[in-house]
Write a protein that binds this ligand. Sequence first.
Ligand code: RP5
Length: 172
Amino acid sequence: MQPLVLVVLGSDSDLPRVGGLLSVFEELEVPFELTLCSAHRDPERTARVAAEAGPRGIRVVIAAAGMAAHLAGALAARTVLPVIGVPLGGSALAGVDALLSTVQMPRGIPVATVGIDRADNAAYLAAQIVALTDPALALRLEARRDAQRGELVERDRRLQDVGPRGYLEERR
Ligand code: RP5
C-alpha cells in the first residue's frame, strides 16, 4: 500500500523510543514507511529523502531524533510537506537538548514539535492531517477518542466505588 506518512529516525538506537507510534499507525491503519537517516552522518541522503517524499505521494513527514536534533529541521528545509518533530530523551540532558533543537526553528521553516518521547502524539497528529482528505480515517480517529473517553468514565466509576485509597491499592 502507498505509504502516506514517512517516519525518519536519526539512528536505530531511537527505535525503542517510538513504539507508541507504531501502535497508533497499526490501530488506525495508516500506511507508513520508516527509515533511518542521519542529518549529520548522511546529509546528502537526508536532503534526497525529504525532496523525494512529496513526489512519491507522502503526505506528512515525522522526524524523531535525540541530542542536538537537527533532523526535523533538515528535512523541513527540503520539503513543503508538514514535518512533525519528535524530540527523543535518553541523552545527558534528558531530551531537553532535542526539544529545543527541534522546536526552536527560525522563521519560515516550521517543524510542528510534540513532547519529548511523544512519538504516539506525532502519529495521531499525522493521522489527523491525512484524515483531512480521508473520511474513513477521520471516523477511526473519532472512534479512538470515544474509546479514550469511555475508559476515563470507567476509571472514575471504579474510583467512586472503592475510593482513592482502594483505587491506589488496586493499581499497585
Ligand atoms: C541522534 O543521535 C540520533 O537520533 C540518536 O538519538 C542520537 C544517538 O545516535 P547513535 O549514536 O546511537 O547512532 O542523531
